[in-house]
Design a protein around this ligand. Structure first.
Ligand code: F0G
Length: 458
């Protein structure tokens, strides 16, 4: 009835933001070699680097922290955590890990052999790295509709079903130890997959007798999109939709730093007791005993509570509408973004934002620097710096597939007026886009170069 979106919470504890001047920010970014990862976060006004582990916890989560029991083995915190995962997802074997990538490392170490092929709608970078670390190959099968960044197709996170069938025909199911779907598809723009598509993927996997896993980092956001956009599910609760997705899968990996609404933690879950046994053996080697998996008891309790809150529809409505509001206002102001707005982030289309810069001019880096200097915003480049590479023999630079800059929204942290400020800053940088200068690497690591790379403007 009313069009103002309000945060479905009030604020009990506040954290002051540190204001800086444009001149100070110019100096700070120079000192950080034009790489926003090298800034001190105190010098950032609105930090949209990631939605991972940056959320605000609720009063009930802080209360749960006090209930945390730090026993090494058999802690009640573990049993509350295990029950919360089973209540939401239904996987009987639940293994805590310190974050999502630890769950990935253990899963692929158990499932993959040299020469295997793992298929995913789009692997997140740590997922890909952990598949490749086992000697297997990670192949992305995003749906064809996802290629047009400007189209409003509602389920750009879908998997390419024809591509999946073709992959089974090409590699044979003996070489495919598992198929995964990343919900929502982070590297593909925070876009959801439809329940119809997830069901089809599960069906193909069943026919091929191949395990089907979910990267469930943002499964609640994905389920909310299904409720909004897939007519036949509109009267179901989000919790029911999450359960339905999980009922189609053999297991999942999870970073509780996203839809666990916690600052740290993750888990691995499966229906297969034998796989779980092998995973627990590996867990003990590097993470810890299976009833804590590298987490404090209090973290397990915070996640247990977070998993209940994340499927509350008032929360999800605010979350998705608020991200959408940012996307719609930027679009109305002429700023090119990956459409439609994602769940956890808006992705600026840096190639169209700065058409005078080619991929090797690192337009996304130019844009992240300008957003910081202009308004103290921190965003992350997802373009040639992150996904391109330098040929070690010739020294030639090669572009990445897309030039995006992600504005990731931490959960329950920023208010509507912060978002309005972000809109103003991005619009101002867009108005002055002709001033964006080309950037070059001055220093780069041989892999994951975007974290520590140093740049200079041309
Ligand atoms: N899978 C997806 C889809 C992710 O987005 C992430 C993390 C992970 C796995 C790994 O989880 O960080 O707990 O080890 N994404 C963060 C981001 C880092 O900024 O998008 P983790």
């Amino acid at each position: 009835m009313f069009k103002t979106i309000i945060e479905p919470f009030r604020i009990k504890s506040v954290e002051p933001l540190h204001m800086t001047t444009t001149a100070e920010r110019r100096q700070k970014i120079e000192e950080a070699h034009h790489n926003v990862f090298l800034l001190r976060s105190d010098d950032v006004l609105i930090d949209l680097l990631t939605d991972s582990g940056t959320g605000a916890m609720s009063t009930e989560q802080w209360a749960a922290i006090m209930r945390g029991d730090e026993s090494y083995a058999g802690s009640p915190s573990f049993y509350r955590f295990e029950k919360a995962v089973i209540d939401l997802m239904g996987f009987p074997c639940v293994i805590p890990t310190h974050q999502g990538r630890a769950a990935e490392r253990i899963l692929f170490a158990v499932m993959c052999r040299q020469g295997d092929v793992v298929l995913n709608n789009t692997h997140f970078d740590t997922t890909r790295a952990n598949v490749e670390f086992t000697g297997a190959t990670a192949i992305d099968l995003p749906c064809p509709e996802s290629r047009d960044l400007a189209s409003m197709y509602p389920f750009k996170g879908n998997m390419d079903l024809a591509g999946l069938r073709q992959a089974f025909a090409t590699y044979g199911r003996e070489r495919i130890p598992l198929v995964m779907m990343t919900l929502t598809n982070n590297s593909g723009g925070g876009q959801p997959a439809s329940l119809h598509n997830i069901r089809e993927v599960a069906q193909i996997c069943r026919e091929q007798r191949t395990p089907f896993y979910i990267d469930a980092c943002r499964i609640a956001e994905n389920a909310y999109f299904i409720k909004q956009r897939e007519a036949e599910h509109k009267s179901k609760s989000v919790k029911t939709i999450v359960a339905e997705i999980c009922s189609l899968a053999d297991g999942c990996t999870m970073s509780a730093k996203k839809d666990g609404l916690a600052n740290i933690g993750g888990f691995l879950a499966t229906r297969d007791k034998e796989v779980a046994r092998q995973e627990k053996d590996l867990l003990i080697l590097t993470e810890g005993f299976p009833t804590y998996g590298g987490l404090a008891g209090r973290d397990l309790d915070a996640i247990a509570q977070g998993l209940k809150e994340v499927v509350e529809e008032d929360y999800l409505h605010y979350r998705i509408v608020s991200t959408g509001y940012l996307g719609e206002h930027l679009t109305a102001n002429g700023v090119p973004i990956l459409q439609p707005p994602g769940g956890h982030a808006i992705y600026l289309d840096a190639a169209r934002f700065a058409p005078h810069l080619g991929p090797l001019d690192l337009p996304g880096i130019a844009l992240t620097v300008a957003l910081y200097v202009t308004g103290g915003l921190r965003a992350v480049e997802i373009g040639t710096a992150m996904f391109g590479h330098r040929d070690p023999k010739t020294g030639d630079e090669h572009p990445g597939p897309k030039e995006l800059v992600r504005l990731a929204i931490p959960r329950r942290v920023y208010t509507q007026s912060h978002i309005d400020y972000v809109i103003e800053v991005v619009t101002e940088v867009h108005r002055r886009r002709a001033e964006l200068r080309p950037y070059r690497f001055v220093e780069q690591a041989p892999f994951l170069r975007h974290f520590t790379g140093r740049y200079r403007p041309q």
